[in-house]
Design a protein around this ligand. Sequence first.
Ligand SMILES: [Zn+2]
Length: 391
Amino acid sequence: MPNFEFKIKHQDDKCLARIGEIKTKHGKIETPVFLPVATNASVKSLTTRDMLELNAEILMANTYHLFLRPGLDVIESHGGLHKFMNWSLPLMTDSGGFQAFSLGIGAKHGVGKIAGEAKQIKKIKHAKVNDDGVIFYSQYDGKKVFLTPELSIQIQQILGSDIMLAFDECTSPLSNYNYNKKAMLRTHKWAERCLKARETDQGLYGIIQGGIFKDLREQSAKFICSLDFDGIAIGGSFGKNEMYTVLDWLSKIITRDKPVHLLGIGTIEDFFNSIERGIDSFDCVTPTRLARVGFAFIRPEDGGNVKNKFRIDIGRAEYKKDQRPISEVCNCYTCKNYTRSYLRHLYNVKELAFYRLMSIHNLNFFLQLMKEIRKSIKNSSFIEMKNEWLK
Ligand SMILES: [Zn+2]
């Protein structure tokens, strides 16, 4: 029996937004929730103490990268990922499927770019998908790896995450209907194999694929929802408007008794529009990745809006002597203690504290936003909050 429970605690009456509670071995999570990404068992530039201070409830770690480095034997010797990274709250792990996809695509582009260079590089970069799994070469040492649904589950079981993801094939937005159909059918077979391979009490989410094709998405949603998964994840890569259309199709089919995770999505607009369509959780590297290149998120009170993507570019000359914090209404450590002017200086001289201070602010922004969204759903004012933010 999976050590995993999901309860809906409040349903908005104007849309599909809802408050849920996920119970796992390492604690409870209230949804909708944002999962900061700890790719290499660390949220970049931050410690797990920082994550606790930011009130993060669950983190996402990356199976593919941890499998290659440091390797499973190292993590197993610690008794799993929680102990290895000193995080005692819930963890979700991805399946490694997305990296197989991105490496495969990256390979094609990479090969184009390095035409004429050593043959060895082409060989290392190439990933190949067949019905059994994905064959790729480690980007670190060139070692050949055959990642199958069974191996993905075995790895995630050794990592010991609270929520595992089924192994899937994520197609490129450029893939045609026939390829998407093939990849979707493969993903369905892999979903069954993942369920069969599970030997622990960890939760397991199935992944819906099907690209931007209505019949494929519907078929995939029906199939994945018919299996004994603990939750549902929506995979794929698509343009913004396409994504909302796909979510509209899916919301009519996905059963409401399981939590629904939207993979790799992280803009403010997307959060509101996806939660409205019944999404319960998100993971994305946006807050930390953008922090490192100088973007700080700001709220409507600070002038944030859809047009400026709710962010400022701290490197701009206008902040040279700006004595204000990034946000006047933010309660994070960075905003309570440092000015825009100081942060801009750190950015310009590439001081390491910059990455940390900006990541603290951006993650606080995302986690605080989710908290306010949850509050608005409880107060039946989610749509009002959405309209206020996205006007
Ligand atoms: Zn702040």
